[in-house]
Design a binder for this molecule. Structure first.
Ligand SMILES: Nc1nc2c(ncn2[C@@H]2O[C@H](COP(=O)(O)OP(=O)(O)OP(=O)(O)O)[C@@H](O)[C@H]2O)c(=O)[nH]1
Ligand SMILES: Nc1nc2c(ncn2[C@@H]2O[C@H](COP(=O)(O)OP(=O)(O)OP(=O)(O)O)[C@@H](O)[C@H]2O)c(=O)[nH]1
Ligand SMILES: [Mg+2]
Ligand SMILES: [Mg+2]
Ligand SMILES: [Zn+2]
Ligand SMILES: [Zn+2]
Lengths: 212, 212
Protein backbone atom coordinates (compact mmCIF):
# COMPACT_ATOMS: atom_id res chain seq x y z
CA UNK A 1 0.00 0.00 0.00
CA UNK A 2 2.78 2.42 0.78
CA UNK A 3 3.90 2.14 -2.88
CA UNK A 4 0.60 3.62 -4.06
CA UNK A 5 0.35 6.27 -1.37
CA UNK A 6 3.85 7.48 -2.22
CA UNK A 7 2.68 7.61 -5.83
CA UNK A 8 -0.47 9.51 -4.87
CA UNK A 9 1.67 12.02 -3.00
CA UNK A 10 3.76 12.63 -6.12
CA UNK A 11 0.59 12.77 -8.25
CA UNK A 12 -0.81 15.56 -6.07
CA UNK A 13 2.43 17.43 -6.58
CA UNK A 14 2.18 16.98 -10.37
CA UNK A 15 -1.39 18.25 -10.27
CA UNK A 16 -0.21 21.45 -8.56
CA UNK A 17 2.06 22.04 -11.55
CA UNK A 18 -0.88 21.60 -13.91
CA UNK A 19 -3.26 23.84 -11.94
CA UNK A 20 -0.65 26.59 -11.66
CA UNK A 21 -0.68 26.88 -15.47
CA UNK A 22 -4.31 25.90 -16.18
CA UNK A 23 -3.17 22.82 -18.12
CA UNK A 24 -5.55 19.89 -18.71
CA UNK A 25 -3.70 16.54 -18.54
CA UNK A 26 -5.25 13.56 -20.33
CA UNK A 27 -4.02 9.99 -19.69
CA UNK A 28 -4.41 7.85 -22.84
CA UNK A 29 -4.51 4.09 -22.19
CA UNK A 30 -5.19 0.93 -24.19
CA UNK A 31 -3.84 -2.45 -25.23
CA UNK A 32 -0.63 -2.36 -27.24
CA UNK A 33 -1.35 -1.25 -30.81
CA UNK A 34 -4.90 0.02 -30.30
CA UNK A 35 -3.97 3.24 -32.10
CA UNK A 36 -3.00 5.71 -29.34
CA UNK A 37 -0.13 7.29 -31.30
CA UNK A 38 -2.06 7.33 -34.59
CA UNK A 39 -4.94 9.10 -32.80
CA UNK A 40 -2.54 11.64 -31.29
CA UNK A 41 -0.92 12.32 -34.67
CA UNK A 42 -4.31 13.20 -36.20
CA UNK A 43 -5.35 15.12 -33.09
CA UNK A 44 -2.21 17.28 -33.17
CA UNK A 45 -2.98 18.22 -36.79
CA UNK A 46 -6.58 19.14 -35.97
CA UNK A 47 -5.56 21.20 -32.90
CA UNK A 48 -2.78 23.05 -34.72
CA UNK A 49 -3.48 26.82 -34.35
CA UNK A 50 -6.30 26.09 -31.86
CA UNK A 51 -4.66 24.73 -28.72
CA UNK A 52 -1.04 24.48 -27.57
CA UNK A 53 -0.24 20.83 -26.91
CA UNK A 54 2.66 18.71 -25.58
CA UNK A 55 2.95 14.94 -25.12
CA UNK A 56 4.67 12.58 -22.67
CA UNK A 57 4.82 9.00 -23.96
CA UNK A 58 5.80 5.83 -22.08
CA UNK A 59 7.21 2.60 -23.53
CA UNK A 60 9.52 -0.11 -22.21
CA UNK A 61 12.03 0.75 -24.93
CA UNK A 62 12.50 2.76 -28.16
CA UNK A 63 11.78 6.40 -29.01
CA UNK A 64 9.47 5.33 -31.87
CA UNK A 65 6.33 7.06 -30.64
CA UNK A 66 7.98 10.33 -29.58
CA UNK A 67 9.71 10.56 -32.97
CA UNK A 68 6.34 10.12 -34.74
CA UNK A 69 4.73 12.81 -32.59
CA UNK A 70 7.55 15.35 -32.90
CA UNK A 71 6.97 15.33 -36.66
CA UNK A 72 3.75 17.23 -35.90
CA UNK A 73 5.62 20.14 -34.40
CA UNK A 74 5.11 19.55 -30.68
CA UNK A 75 7.30 18.75 -27.70
CA UNK A 76 7.14 14.99 -27.09
CA UNK A 77 9.07 13.52 -24.16
CA UNK A 78 9.76 9.77 -24.29
CA UNK A 79 9.95 7.86 -21.01
CA UNK A 80 11.65 4.45 -21.30
CA UNK A 81 10.32 2.39 -18.43
CA UNK A 82 12.72 -0.57 -18.80
CA UNK A 83 10.49 -3.35 -17.48
CA UNK A 84 7.70 -1.42 -15.77
CA UNK A 85 4.32 -2.16 -17.36
CA UNK A 86 2.87 1.28 -16.55
CA UNK A 87 3.84 4.92 -16.04
CA UNK A 88 3.86 6.29 -12.50
CA UNK A 89 3.76 9.81 -11.07
CA UNK A 90 7.56 9.99 -10.49
CA UNK A 91 8.30 9.20 -14.11
CA UNK A 92 5.83 11.82 -15.26
CA UNK A 93 7.24 14.37 -12.85
CA UNK A 94 10.77 14.04 -14.19
CA UNK A 95 9.41 14.34 -17.75
CA UNK A 96 7.64 17.57 -16.78
CA UNK A 97 11.05 19.23 -16.37
CA UNK A 98 11.39 19.05 -20.17
CA UNK A 99 8.08 20.82 -20.83
CA UNK A 100 7.27 24.51 -20.30
CA UNK A 101 3.74 24.26 -18.92
CA UNK A 102 3.24 28.02 -19.24
CA UNK A 103 3.36 27.51 -23.01
CA UNK A 104 0.65 24.82 -23.33
CA UNK A 105 -3.09 24.28 -22.78
CA UNK A 106 -3.27 20.51 -23.09
CA UNK A 107 -0.89 17.70 -22.09
CA UNK A 108 -1.43 14.18 -23.40
CA UNK A 109 0.20 11.30 -21.55
CA UNK A 110 0.36 8.21 -23.78
CA UNK A 111 0.74 5.40 -21.27
CA UNK A 112 2.42 2.02 -21.80
CA UNK A 113 0.19 -0.32 -23.87
CA UNK A 114 -1.44 -2.44 -21.11
CA UNK A 115 -5.11 -2.92 -20.18
CA UNK A 116 -4.43 -3.63 -16.50
CA UNK A 117 -1.84 -1.87 -14.34
CA UNK A 118 -1.80 1.70 -15.79
CA UNK A 119 -5.33 2.27 -14.46
CA UNK A 120 -4.10 2.03 -10.85
CA UNK A 121 -1.47 4.77 -10.98
CA UNK A 122 -2.59 8.39 -10.61
CA UNK A 123 -0.21 10.57 -12.61
CA UNK A 124 -1.72 13.86 -11.43
CA UNK A 125 -3.82 13.94 -14.58
CA UNK A 126 -7.48 15.01 -14.95
CA UNK A 127 -9.09 12.59 -17.43
CA UNK A 128 -8.68 8.89 -18.36
CA UNK A 129 -9.35 8.13 -22.04
CA UNK A 130 -9.40 4.42 -22.93
CA UNK A 131 -9.07 3.18 -26.52
CA UNK A 132 -10.65 -0.11 -27.53
CA UNK A 133 -9.87 -1.07 -31.13
CA UNK A 134 -12.43 -2.95 -33.20
CA UNK A 135 -9.84 -5.68 -33.89
CA UNK A 136 -9.47 -6.69 -30.22
CA UNK A 137 -13.04 -7.93 -29.67
CA UNK A 138 -16.00 -6.27 -27.94
CA UNK A 139 -15.66 -8.34 -24.74
CA UNK A 140 -12.73 -6.34 -23.33
CA UNK A 141 -14.69 -4.03 -20.96
CA UNK A 142 -16.02 -7.13 -19.13
CA UNK A 143 -12.67 -8.97 -19.16
CA UNK A 144 -10.50 -6.02 -18.11
CA UNK A 145 -12.86 -4.16 -15.73
CA UNK A 146 -10.19 -2.39 -13.66
CA UNK A 147 -9.28 -0.28 -16.69
CA UNK A 148 -12.74 0.36 -18.10
CA UNK A 149 -14.20 1.33 -14.71
CA UNK A 150 -11.61 4.10 -14.62
CA UNK A 151 -12.58 5.52 -18.04
CA UNK A 152 -13.91 9.09 -18.38
CA UNK A 153 -14.33 8.39 -22.12
CA UNK A 154 -14.11 5.18 -24.16
CA UNK A 155 -12.95 5.59 -27.75
CA UNK A 156 -13.68 2.74 -30.14
CA UNK A 157 -10.79 3.03 -32.58
CA UNK A 158 -10.13 1.68 -36.10
CA UNK A 159 -13.81 1.87 -37.01
CA UNK A 160 -12.83 1.88 -40.69
CA UNK A 161 -12.16 -1.87 -40.23
CA UNK A 162 -15.73 -2.64 -39.10
CA UNK A 163 -16.64 -3.33 -42.72
CA UNK A 164 -14.17 -6.28 -42.84
CA UNK A 165 -14.69 -7.63 -39.30
CA UNK A 166 -17.59 -9.98 -38.67
CA UNK A 167 -17.90 -10.03 -34.89
CA UNK A 168 -17.23 -6.63 -33.29
CA UNK A 169 -20.37 -4.81 -32.09
CA UNK A 170 -19.93 -1.24 -30.77
CA UNK A 171 -23.27 -1.60 -28.99
CA UNK A 172 -22.08 -4.69 -27.11
CA UNK A 173 -18.89 -2.93 -26.04
CA UNK A 174 -20.93 0.06 -24.82
CA UNK A 175 -23.36 -2.19 -22.96
CA UNK A 176 -20.48 -3.87 -21.17
CA UNK A 177 -19.10 -0.48 -20.12
CA UNK A 178 -22.51 0.40 -18.67
CA UNK A 179 -22.67 -2.94 -16.83
CA UNK A 180 -19.55 -1.84 -14.98
CA UNK A 181 -21.71 1.03 -13.62
CA UNK A 182 -19.56 3.48 -15.56
CA UNK A 183 -21.68 6.25 -17.19
CA UNK A 184 -18.75 7.44 -19.34
CA UNK A 185 -19.60 8.30 -22.94
CA UNK A 186 -18.32 6.34 -25.92
CA UNK A 187 -17.14 7.77 -29.26
CA UNK A 188 -16.47 5.78 -32.41
CA UNK A 189 -13.66 6.97 -34.65
CA UNK A 190 -11.04 6.15 -37.22
CA UNK A 191 -7.74 8.05 -37.01
CA UNK A 192 -6.94 6.72 -40.49
CA UNK A 193 -10.09 7.91 -42.23
CA UNK A 194 -10.87 10.88 -39.93
CA UNK A 195 -14.40 9.74 -39.09
CA UNK A 196 -15.54 10.68 -35.56
CA UNK A 197 -12.57 12.98 -35.00
CA UNK A 198 -14.70 16.16 -34.77
CA UNK A 199 -16.66 14.76 -31.79
CA UNK A 200 -13.38 13.80 -30.09
CA UNK A 201 -11.94 17.31 -30.57
CA UNK A 202 -15.21 18.81 -29.24
CA UNK A 203 -15.02 16.55 -26.14
CA UNK A 204 -11.42 17.71 -25.49
CA UNK A 205 -12.39 21.37 -25.86
CA UNK A 206 -15.33 20.85 -23.48
CA UNK A 207 -13.11 19.18 -20.84
CA UNK A 208 -10.61 22.04 -21.05
CA UNK A 209 -13.38 24.64 -20.69
CA UNK A 210 -14.85 22.77 -17.67
CA UNK A 211 -11.40 22.46 -16.12
CA UNK A 212 -10.72 26.14 -16.33
CA UNK B 1 13.20 -10.72 -5.37
CA UNK B 2 11.75 -13.11 -2.84
CA UNK B 3 8.39 -12.84 -4.65
CA UNK B 4 9.90 -14.33 -7.80
CA UNK B 5 11.98 -16.99 -6.03
CA UNK B 6 8.88 -18.22 -4.21
CA UNK B 7 7.17 -18.36 -7.57
CA UNK B 8 10.10 -20.26 -9.08
CA UNK B 9 9.89 -22.76 -6.23
CA UNK B 10 6.22 -23.40 -6.99
CA UNK B 11 6.98 -23.53 -10.73
CA UNK B 12 9.53 -26.31 -10.15
CA UNK B 13 6.86 -28.20 -8.25
CA UNK B 14 4.38 -27.78 -11.11
CA UNK B 15 6.99 -29.03 -13.54
CA UNK B 16 7.38 -32.23 -11.49
CA UNK B 17 3.66 -32.86 -12.02
CA UNK B 18 4.09 -32.41 -15.77
CA UNK B 19 7.18 -34.64 -16.02
CA UNK B 20 5.52 -37.38 -13.97
CA UNK B 21 2.86 -37.70 -16.69
CA UNK B 22 4.95 -36.72 -19.76
CA UNK B 23 2.76 -33.65 -20.36
CA UNK B 24 4.05 -30.72 -22.45
CA UNK B 25 2.83 -27.37 -21.05
CA UNK B 26 2.68 -24.40 -23.44
CA UNK B 27 2.25 -20.83 -22.13
CA UNK B 28 0.31 -18.71 -24.67
CA UNK B 29 0.83 -14.94 -24.29
CA UNK B 30 -0.09 -11.80 -26.22
CA UNK B 31 -1.78 -8.42 -26.05
CA UNK B 32 -5.49 -8.51 -25.23
CA UNK B 33 -7.48 -9.65 -28.27
CA UNK B 34 -4.58 -10.92 -30.40
CA UNK B 35 -6.48 -14.14 -31.01
CA UNK B 36 -5.25 -16.60 -28.34
CA UNK B 37 -8.66 -18.19 -27.71
CA UNK B 38 -9.59 -18.25 -31.41
CA UNK B 39 -6.27 -20.02 -32.14
CA UNK B 40 -6.92 -22.55 -29.37
CA UNK B 41 -10.45 -23.24 -30.64
CA UNK B 42 -9.11 -24.14 -34.10
CA UNK B 43 -6.17 -26.04 -32.59
CA UNK B 44 -8.46 -28.19 -30.44
CA UNK B 45 -10.44 -29.15 -33.55
CA UNK B 46 -7.30 -30.07 -35.50
CA UNK B 47 -5.87 -32.12 -32.58
CA UNK B 48 -9.13 -33.96 -31.90
CA UNK B 49 -8.37 -37.73 -32.12
CA UNK B 50 -4.62 -36.98 -32.34
CA UNK B 51 -3.60 -35.63 -28.94
CA UNK B 52 -5.35 -35.35 -25.59
CA UNK B 53 -5.50 -31.69 -24.57
CA UNK B 54 -6.61 -29.57 -21.61
CA UNK B 55 -6.53 -25.79 -21.10
CA UNK B 56 -6.04 -23.41 -18.16
CA UNK B 57 -7.06 -19.85 -18.99
CA UNK B 58 -6.44 -16.66 -16.98
CA UNK B 59 -8.47 -13.44 -17.05
CA UNK B 60 -9.21 -10.71 -14.51
CA UNK B 61 -12.90 -11.58 -14.68
CA UNK B 62 -15.51 -13.60 -16.66
CA UNK B 63 -15.56 -17.26 -17.75
CA UNK B 64 -15.92 -16.20 -21.42
CA UNK B 65 -12.82 -17.94 -22.72
CA UNK B 66 -13.25 -21.19 -20.79
CA UNK B 67 -16.86 -21.43 -22.02
CA UNK B 68 -15.68 -21.02 -25.64
CA UNK B 69 -13.02 -23.69 -25.19
CA UNK B 70 -15.25 -26.23 -23.44
CA UNK B 71 -17.48 -26.25 -26.54
CA UNK B 72 -14.64 -28.15 -28.22
CA UNK B 73 -14.91 -31.04 -25.81
CA UNK B 74 -11.94 -30.43 -23.52
CA UNK B 75 -11.43 -29.61 -19.86
CA UNK B 76 -10.89 -25.84 -19.57
CA UNK B 77 -10.22 -24.36 -16.14
CA UNK B 78 -10.83 -20.61 -15.77
CA UNK B 79 -8.64 -18.67 -13.30
CA UNK B 80 -10.08 -15.27 -12.34
CA UNK B 81 -7.13 -13.16 -11.24
CA UNK B 82 -9.10 -10.22 -9.84
CA UNK B 83 -6.62 -7.43 -10.48
CA UNK B 84 -3.42 -9.37 -11.20
CA UNK B 85 -2.11 -8.67 -14.70
CA UNK B 86 -0.50 -12.10 -15.12
CA UNK B 87 -0.81 -15.74 -14.05
CA UNK B 88 1.65 -17.07 -11.50
CA UNK B 89 2.74 -20.60 -10.52
CA UNK B 90 0.44 -20.76 -7.47
CA UNK B 91 -2.64 -19.99 -9.52
CA UNK B 92 -1.67 -22.62 -12.08
CA UNK B 93 -1.00 -25.16 -9.34
CA UNK B 94 -4.46 -24.83 -7.83
CA UNK B 95 -5.97 -25.14 -11.32
CA UNK B 96 -4.02 -28.38 -11.84
CA UNK B 97 -6.14 -30.02 -9.17
CA UNK B 98 -9.05 -29.86 -11.62
CA UNK B 99 -7.16 -31.64 -14.40
CA UNK B 100 -6.20 -35.34 -14.57
CA UNK B 101 -2.71 -35.06 -16.07
CA UNK B 102 -2.57 -38.84 -16.63
CA UNK B 103 -5.30 -38.36 -19.25
CA UNK B 104 -3.59 -35.65 -21.37
CA UNK B 105 -0.55 -35.13 -23.61
CA UNK B 106 -0.65 -31.36 -23.98
CA UNK B 107 -1.64 -28.56 -21.59
CA UNK B 108 -2.20 -25.03 -22.95
CA UNK B 109 -2.07 -22.14 -20.49
CA UNK B 110 -3.75 -19.07 -21.99
CA UNK B 111 -2.27 -16.23 -19.97
CA UNK B 112 -3.85 -12.85 -19.18
CA UNK B 113 -3.72 -10.54 -22.25
CA UNK B 114 -0.63 -8.42 -21.43
CA UNK B 115 2.64 -7.93 -23.32
CA UNK B 116 4.72 -7.19 -20.22
CA UNK B 117 4.40 -8.95 -16.85
CA UNK B 118 3.36 -12.52 -17.84
CA UNK B 119 6.82 -13.07 -19.37
CA UNK B 120 8.47 -12.82 -15.93
CA UNK B 121 6.51 -15.56 -14.16
CA UNK B 122 7.58 -19.17 -14.67
CA UNK B 123 4.48 -21.36 -14.40
CA UNK B 124 6.41 -24.64 -14.61
CA UNK B 125 5.70 -24.75 -18.34
CA UNK B 126 8.05 -25.82 -21.14
CA UNK B 127 7.45 -23.42 -24.06
CA UNK B 128 6.50 -19.73 -24.45
CA UNK B 129 4.40 -18.99 -27.56
CA UNK B 130 3.81 -15.29 -28.25
CA UNK B 131 1.06 -14.06 -30.60
CA UNK B 132 1.47 -10.79 -32.45
CA UNK B 133 -1.61 -9.84 -34.48
CA UNK B 134 -1.25 -7.97 -37.76
CA UNK B 135 -3.57 -5.26 -36.45
CA UNK B 136 -1.27 -4.22 -33.57
CA UNK B 137 1.65 -2.98 -35.70
CA UNK B 138 4.99 -4.64 -36.52
CA UNK B 139 6.98 -2.55 -34.02
CA UNK B 140 5.89 -4.55 -30.95
CA UNK B 141 8.95 -6.83 -30.60
CA UNK B 142 11.16 -3.73 -30.25
CA UNK B 143 8.75 -1.88 -27.95
CA UNK B 144 7.95 -4.83 -25.65
CA UNK B 145 11.31 -6.67 -25.60
CA UNK B 146 10.84 -8.42 -22.23
CA UNK B 147 8.08 -10.55 -23.75
CA UNK B 148 9.56 -11.20 -27.17
CA UNK B 149 12.99 -12.16 -25.77
CA UNK B 150 11.20 -14.92 -23.86
CA UNK B 151 9.51 -16.36 -26.98
CA UNK B 152 10.23 -19.94 -28.14
CA UNK B 153 7.91 -19.25 -31.10
CA UNK B 154 6.31 -16.07 -32.42
CA UNK B 155 2.96 -16.48 -34.17
CA UNK B 156 1.81 -13.65 -36.41
CA UNK B 157 -1.96 -13.97 -36.12
CA UNK B 158 -4.91 -12.64 -38.18
CA UNK B 159 -2.90 -12.83 -41.40
CA UNK B 160 -6.19 -12.85 -43.35
CA UNK B 161 -6.35 -9.10 -42.57
CA UNK B 162 -3.01 -8.33 -44.27
CA UNK B 163 -4.91 -7.66 -47.50
CA UNK B 164 -6.76 -4.71 -45.87
CA UNK B 165 -3.91 -3.35 -43.72
CA UNK B 166 -1.41 -1.00 -45.33
CA UNK B 167 1.47 -0.92 -42.84
CA UNK B 168 2.10 -4.32 -41.20
CA UNK B 169 5.18 -6.14 -42.54
CA UNK B 170 5.81 -9.69 -41.26
CA UNK B 171 9.45 -9.32 -42.33
CA UNK B 172 9.90 -6.22 -40.18
CA UNK B 173 8.39 -7.98 -37.16
CA UNK B 174 10.69 -10.95 -37.70
CA UNK B 175 13.74 -8.69 -38.10
CA UNK B 176 12.91 -7.00 -34.82
CA UNK B 177 12.69 -10.38 -33.06
CA UNK B 178 16.13 -11.27 -34.42
CA UNK B 179 17.52 -7.91 -33.25
CA UNK B 180 16.59 -8.99 -29.72
CA UNK B 181 19.10 -11.84 -30.25
CA UNK B 182 16.21 -14.32 -30.12
CA UNK B 183 16.60 -17.10 -32.74
CA UNK B 184 13.01 -18.30 -32.20
CA UNK B 185 11.10 -19.19 -35.38
CA UNK B 186 8.08 -17.23 -36.61
CA UNK B 187 4.92 -18.69 -38.17
CA UNK B 188 2.22 -16.71 -39.97
CA UNK B 189 -1.34 -17.92 -39.59
CA UNK B 190 -5.03 -17.12 -39.59
CA UNK B 191 -7.25 -18.99 -37.13
CA UNK B 192 -10.27 -17.69 -39.05
CA UNK B 193 -9.22 -18.90 -42.50
CA UNK B 194 -7.05 -21.84 -41.39
CA UNK B 195 -3.93 -20.71 -43.26
CA UNK B 196 -0.65 -21.61 -41.51
CA UNK B 197 -2.36 -23.92 -39.04
CA UNK B 198 -0.68 -27.11 -40.34
CA UNK B 199 2.80 -25.69 -39.60
CA UNK B 200 1.64 -24.71 -36.09
CA UNK B 201 0.30 -28.22 -35.40
CA UNK B 202 3.57 -29.71 -36.73
CA UNK B 203 5.58 -27.45 -34.40
CA UNK B 204 3.49 -28.59 -31.40
CA UNK B 205 3.94 -32.25 -32.32
CA UNK B 206 7.69 -31.72 -32.69
CA UNK B 207 7.95 -30.05 -29.26
CA UNK B 208 6.02 -32.91 -27.64
CA UNK B 209 8.27 -35.50 -29.31
CA UNK B 210 11.42 -33.60 -28.20
CA UNK B 211 10.04 -33.27 -24.68
CA UNK B 212 9.46 -36.97 -24.33
N1 LIG C 1 -7.17 0.57 -40.05
C1 LIG C 1 -6.71 1.35 -39.07
N2 LIG C 1 -5.51 1.08 -38.49
C2 LIG C 1 -5.08 1.91 -37.52
C3 LIG C 1 -5.83 3.03 -37.08
N3 LIG C 1 -5.14 3.63 -36.07
C4 LIG C 1 -4.00 2.93 -35.92
N4 LIG C 1 -3.96 1.90 -36.80
C5 LIG C 1 -2.89 0.90 -36.95
O1 LIG C 1 -2.70 0.21 -35.73
C6 LIG C 1 -1.31 -0.08 -35.53
C7 LIG C 1 -0.86 0.47 -34.20
O2 LIG C 1 -1.00 1.88 -34.18
P1 LIG C 1 -0.27 2.79 -33.09
O3 LIG C 1 -0.75 4.17 -33.26
O4 LIG C 1 1.21 2.57 -33.15
O5 LIG C 1 -0.85 2.15 -31.75
P2 LIG C 1 -0.43 2.46 -30.23
O6 LIG C 1 -1.65 2.22 -29.40
O7 LIG C 1 0.17 3.78 -30.13
O8 LIG C 1 0.66 1.31 -29.94
P3 LIG C 1 1.64 1.22 -28.65
O9 LIG C 1 2.15 2.58 -28.35
O10 LIG C 1 2.74 0.29 -29.09
O11 LIG C 1 0.82 0.63 -27.54
C8 LIG C 1 -0.56 0.54 -36.71
O12 LIG C 1 -0.30 -0.48 -37.65
C9 LIG C 1 -1.55 1.55 -37.25
O13 LIG C 1 -1.40 1.76 -38.62
C10 LIG C 1 -7.09 3.30 -37.72
O14 LIG C 1 -7.84 4.26 -37.43
N5 LIG C 1 -7.49 2.43 -38.69
N1 LIG D 1 -9.75 -11.52 -38.95
C1 LIG D 1 -9.40 -12.32 -37.92
N2 LIG D 1 -9.87 -12.04 -36.67
C2 LIG D 1 -9.49 -12.86 -35.66
C3 LIG D 1 -8.65 -13.98 -35.86
N3 LIG D 1 -8.44 -14.57 -34.65
C4 LIG D 1 -9.14 -13.86 -33.75
N4 LIG D 1 -9.79 -12.84 -34.36
C5 LIG D 1 -10.66 -11.84 -33.72
O1 LIG D 1 -9.93 -11.15 -32.73
C6 LIG D 1 -10.79 -10.83 -31.62
C7 LIG D 1 -10.19 -11.37 -30.34
O2 LIG D 1 -10.06 -12.79 -30.43
P1 LIG D 1 -9.83 -13.69 -29.13
O3 LIG D 1 -9.60 -15.07 -29.58
O4 LIG D 1 -10.92 -13.47 -28.13
O5 LIG D 1 -8.46 -13.03 -28.57
P2 LIG D 1 -7.70 -13.34 -27.20
O6 LIG D 1 -6.24 -13.11 -27.45
O7 LIG D 1 -8.05 -14.67 -26.70
O8 LIG D 1 -8.27 -12.19 -26.24
P3 LIG D 1 -8.07 -12.08 -24.63
O9 LIG D 1 -8.22 -13.45 -24.06
O10 LIG D 1 -9.16 -11.17 -24.18
O11 LIG D 1 -6.71 -11.51 -24.42
C8 LIG D 1 -12.16 -11.46 -31.94
O12 LIG D 1 -12.98 -10.45 -32.43
C9 LIG D 1 -11.82 -12.49 -32.99
O13 LIG D 1 -12.89 -12.71 -33.89
C10 LIG D 1 -8.18 -14.26 -37.21
O14 LIG D 1 -7.45 -15.21 -37.51
N5 LIG D 1 -8.58 -13.38 -38.17
MG1 LIG E 1 2.00 4.31 -29.37
MG1 LIG F 1 -8.81 -15.20 -24.88
ZN1 LIG G 1 1.82 -5.30 -14.35
ZN1 LIG H 1 1.08 -30.14 -6.50
Amino acid sequence: QSLLSENDHQAAHNRQHFEQHGVLAVNLMSSPGSGKTALLEQTLELLRDRLRVAVIVGDLETENDAVRLRQHGVTAVQISTGSACHLDAHMVHSALHEIDLSEIDLLFIENVGNLVCPASFDLGHHRNVILLSTTEGDDKPAKYPVMFRAADLMLISKCDLLEVLDDFSPQRAMQQLQQLANPAPTLQLSAKRGSGMAAWIAWLQQQLDDHR
